[in-house]
Design a protein around this ligand. Structure first.
Ligand code: B16
Ligand code: MG
Length: 210
């Protein structure tokens, strides 16, 4: 592979927290009487917490104040973190573990580029707190995907130019962010057929054949 650095999205690429996001947003939406299902949940992939809430509230029959919205986001996050607490290193799939280890053995610089403010907690639950050379996440950016800020920050932390890094993403917003930042992108899962991605992956270990 020609890239010196790989920047991984977290949710949907390294681990699968989608179901926990769904359950936590669903509990909030049910309490507020707002229709919400798995199809609408897929619109939230890669999108920041507040932007996700705005998408959910599009279906509400009344407007909410900024203070109410902040409280809703907090309520969702408390339940989401409770669910994340159930995760352990066993939630890292064999395919992901083997891929990360092989890339590391090959001397690649490895980073996380995630919209999630819960990134440090998720990495800790997975036993990956000390694994990556750089972690750029929702705590250190002002613009969420599809803005390229999080990937540009990750590349800068790795000391590499975007053209030397490959971004791995499962969200269309993330593929767009990668391209806008000047990165090649490998798309997996929901974004696998995104025409803007240079590579399409069935599983993460397909990276090893690039
Ligand atoms: P949090 P990623 C994203 O993570 C998720 O895909 C998205 O569903 C979530 O709303 C966003 O993180 C913010 O997460 O509420 O934990 O800050 O895919 O960019 O790793
Ligand atoms: Mg993702």
């Amino acid at each position: 592979m020609k890239y010196r650095g790989i920047i991984f999205d977290l949710d949907g690429v390294v681990c699968s927290t989608d179901e926990y996001h769904y359950l936590a947003w669903k509990a909030l939406a049910d309490r507020l009487g707002i229709p919400f299902d798995r199809e609408r949940n897929s619109l939230l992939r890669g999108v920041s917490r507040m932007d996700s809430l705005r998408i959910i509230l599009e279906k509400a029959d009344r407007a909410y104040t900024d203070a109410e919205m902040a409280a809703f986001a907090e309520e969702k996050n408390a339940l989401y973190r409770e669910l994340l607490g159930r995760m352990s290193p066993a939630d890292l799939s064999d395919d992901v573990r083997a891929t990360l280890d092989a890339l590391r053995a090959d001397g690649k610089r490895l980073a996380i580029g995630s919209s999630s403010k819960n990134t440090p907690f998720i990495l800790e639950r997975l036993g990956l707190s000390d694994f990556f050379d750089a972690v750029a996440d929702g705590n250190c950016i002002t613009h969420s995907k599809p803005h390229p800020e999080v990937f540009l920050k990750a590349a800068e932390m790795l000391g590499l130019a975007p053209c030397d890094c490959l971004v791995v993403e499962d969200a269309h917003a993330g593929v767009e962010a990668a391209r806008r930042g000047g990165f090649d992108c490998a798309a997996i899962g929901d974004a696998r057929d995104d025409a803007r991605a240079a590579y399409s992956l069935d599983r993460l270990s397909d990276l090893l054949g690039i």
